[in-house]
Design a protein around this ligand. Structure first.
Ligand code: ADP
Ligand code: MG
Length: 700
């Protein structure tokens, strides 16, 4: 008897996937739609009506009453506006209707979405257009149709369009290169991504009592409890029942939406967890990750929990990232980053590897930009996440293989030498997965690269747009050389040799968290863009504008507008945090400290009244210490207020404002926090006006 699990039954049940399409559509319509999905062919308008009707009927069976064009504006989260299917019918009745036109195109008002400098040049109207390569799905009572979002004049206003363009670019250049190498049957190169998602879960009622969690998504004050993560007892630890119930529910919801949620475990910090899906095509992986972040929050709410996706919700313990596992495969089923059993003989693999090495070295700045945000600045460079310096880990074996090519020494000779020295033969690369470098920002793992700098709240679109485009550029340059070559094989080796000579400085297999590496990287001339404010303006460097326009990923105008949006966002985030701190300090914290001081003063007087000779050293010492801190708190609050007020001098200059917030406002925030955290541990616990780190981290 065949086993039919509940999971198999529910998986993808809310997705208008191939199975649903096949069941609902006439054969010819289904195959036309499949061509659109798989080969990017445009869809006939007549067919669109049939597809729309089938999609609606399917959605209604799943309980939907509305549909929405679901898009990914530059806010980094998704946007949706629901329309019901109802249409008036004679006799005051309704019928449910959904046309091909409504499926393919929408016209939301675009004026309230970030557009950077584009705001001046485009009309308020924006367009959404159906992306058939990502399945529609039903969530709640709504049919979600994945769409791209652009302005009236055609400039992109979203994250999906450039992602799709970058996938086209790498497919085009990858196919070109493979044809030159003799793989003439390849017609498409696809990038695949598996994003590992970290998050925190805290009790919802407690989190509501903290304005900082409410407005900023992270704690802006908070003293460390006696215990943090030092015992390393949370990583992979047994999952508590309340969390397990949450995870079970989460998996069920994700599976229904066709998301291959695979791995779940506790992370390093208390209350921190991770979810990893099985990888998929990049734009689908991106849609799925956006959806995963939303479902994480929804399911948490049902369990009376709050899911924190911020990069650094708590000081003093690890923050959350997102590991972007990235690889390339052909329509003929080859993983181009798979070294195979004998990587030394796999010249195609070595050439692709060289292309990635060249790309990462030449565009370190762009990779850094792709992970820049106010939130992620708290992680990059702290010794819990990769530093802001980009380097690559490829492992000793691959480095040796590449080295043998560079030096023109046969690899076999190196192996023979190692054997002579009594060292074991090189282990089979495929088995060598335990030899991991966990500190590298960009690490080769088996048959993929793991880009580890992304923040947990990020859309993976940005980093993948960069990755795809910079590697497409390497491919393009390699093809330019190979197209002119007489002998492909020797030219490939020459390219690898040249690439290494120029770019091997980017390869670093050691500890990225060490101070020596910072020094070493400086000697190697690698860039070290410490903050987002240092990094973001690089987006519009001439060489980067040239790159994106060459591959048709962004126009110069689009790039400039994006840079502006990102810088503006940086300033806004810090402003919100600063204002939240001011409010908390003035309305909650200082009054609480004051009350505690008044109470112990009164207590001391009462004690002395009872027994004149009583020892009130505790009260006296506390009063002098705490009142001094309270005075400093007041001073720092005023200093922070002044810094925030000063920002209006930079209103006209987006970059100037971001620099101001980074250099003037952030340090004042840190100074205020420092004083408040010192006071927190001196005050009676009943007096502290909000849940503490201990409450949030250990009481779920
Ligand atoms: P590890 O434990 O080495 O990080 P996993 O197999 O657990 O390796 O993979 C981590 C993530 O990488 C998962 O999301 C997985 O689906 C993804 N992944 C595996 N192979 C590929 C690939 N070829 N392309 C993209 N992502 C991949
Ligand atoms: Mg991993």
């Amino acid at each position: 008897m065949e086993l039919h699990s509940h999971t198999e039954e529910i998986f993808g049940s809310m997705v208008f996937n191939n199975a649903a399409m096949k069941a609902k559509l006439p054969d010819d319509v289904y195959s036309a739609l499949k061509d659109t999905i798989e080969e990017g062919k445009s869809l006939d308008a007549g067919i669109a009506d049939i597809v729309a009707k089938a999609m609606m009927e399917w959605a209604i069976e799943k309980g939907a009453t509305h549909y929405t064009h679901w898009f990914q504006p530059m806010t980094g989260i998704t946007a949706e506006k629901h329309d019901s299917f109802i249409s008036p019918a004679p006799g005051g009745k309704v019928i449910m209707e959904f046309s091909g036109k409504e499926l393919i195109k929408g016209e939301p008002d675009a004026s309230s979405f970030p557009s950077g400098g584009l705001r001046a040049t485009f009309e308020a109207r924006g367009y959404t257009a159906w992306d058939p390569s990502s399945y529609a799905f039903v969530k709640g009572k709504t049919l979600y149709i994945p769409t791209v979002f652009c302005s009236y004049s055609g400039e992109t206003l979203d994250k999906k369009t450039p992602l799709l363009r970058s996938m086209e670019a790498i497919s085009k250049e990858g196919t070109r290169l493979l044809h030159l190498l003799g793989d003439t049957d390849v017609t498409r190169v696809t990038t695949t991504v598996g994003p590992e998602q970290e998050y925190f879960l805290v009790d919802r009622k407690l989190s509501y009592k903290r304005p900082d969690l409410l407005f900023a998504g992270r704690t802006l004050f908070g003293a460390m409890p006696p215990k943090g993560q030092e015992l390393e007892d949370h990583y992979f630890g047994a999952i508590k029942p309340r969390i397990q119930a949450f995870m079970d529910d989460l998996n069920e919801e994700l599976w229904k939406l066709g998301i291959y949620a695979k791995t779940e475990h506790n992370e390093v910090a208390p209350a921190q967890h991770e979810l990893a899906p099985i990888f998929g095509t990049t734009n689908v992986a991106c849609d799925n990750n956006q959806l995963t972040m939303e479902v994480l929050k929804d399911v948490a709410r049902k369990h009376d929990l709050s899911c924190l996706l911020h990069e650094k919700p708590f000081a003093g313990i690890n923050g959350s990232g997102k590991h972007n596992n990235w690889s390339l495969s052909t329509n003929t089923g080859i993983n181009l980053l798979s070294p195979g059993k004998e990587p030394a003989k796999n010249t195609r693999f070595l050439l692709i590897l060289a292309a990635v090495i060249k790309a990462v070295d030449e565009y370190q700045d762009l990779l850094r930009v792709s992970c820049a945000s106010a939130g992620n600045d708290h992680r990059l460079g702290a010794s819990e996440a990769p530093p802001a310096i980009i380097s690559m880990f490829i492992g000793d074996e691959l480095e040796a293989i590449l080295g043998s090519i560079e030096k023109g020494i046969p690899y076999e000779a190196i192996i023979a030498k190692k054997m002579e020295m009594g060292v074991n033969i090189l282990p089979d690369l495929a088995k060598d997965t335990s030899d991991r470098n966990r500190t590298s920002p960009f690490a080769f793992t088996n048959n993929k690269f793991e880009f580890r700098m992304l923040g947990s709240s990020f859309s993976i679109a940005g980093p993948n747009i960069i990755l795809n485009t910079i590697v497409a550029e390497s491919f393009s340059q390699f093809s330019d050389i190979l197209e002119k070559a007489d002998d492909i094989e020797s030219t490939v080796l020459e390219i690898i040799r040249d690439t290494l000579a120029k770019h091997k400085r980017i390869i670093f297999n050691g500890n990225n968290y060490s101070d020596e590496w910072v020094e070493e990287a400086k000697r190697r001339g690698l860039s070290n863009l410490a903050t987002s404010v240092d990094a973001l303006p690089k987006l519009v460097d001439d060489k980067n504008i040239a790159l994106f326009t060459k591959h048709g990923v962004y126009t110069e105008t689009e790039l400039r507008s994006r840079c502006e949006i990102l810088l503006e966002n940086y300033s806004k985030v810090i402003r919100i945090e600063a204002l939240t701190m001011l409010e908390m300090a003035r309305r909650d914290i200082m009054p609480a400290v004051s009350k505690y001081l008044a109470d112990i003063s009164a207590a001391a007087i009462a004690i002395k009244n009872a027994v004149a000779a009583a020892d009130c050293t505790m009260q006296e010492d506390s009063i002098s210490k705490i009142s001094a801190l309270l005075a400093q708190m007041y001073t720092q609050t005023n200093a922070l207020q002044k810094a925030v007020d000063g920002a209006h001098f930079h209103e006209e200059n987006v970059q100037g404002a971001a620099i101001y917030y980074c250099n003037e406002v952030l340090p004042k925030m840190n100074a205020l926090r420092d004083i408040v955290d010192q006071a927190e541990v001196l005050i009676g616990s009943d007096y502290w006006p909000m849940p503490t780190y201990a409450d949030l981290l250990f009481k779920v």
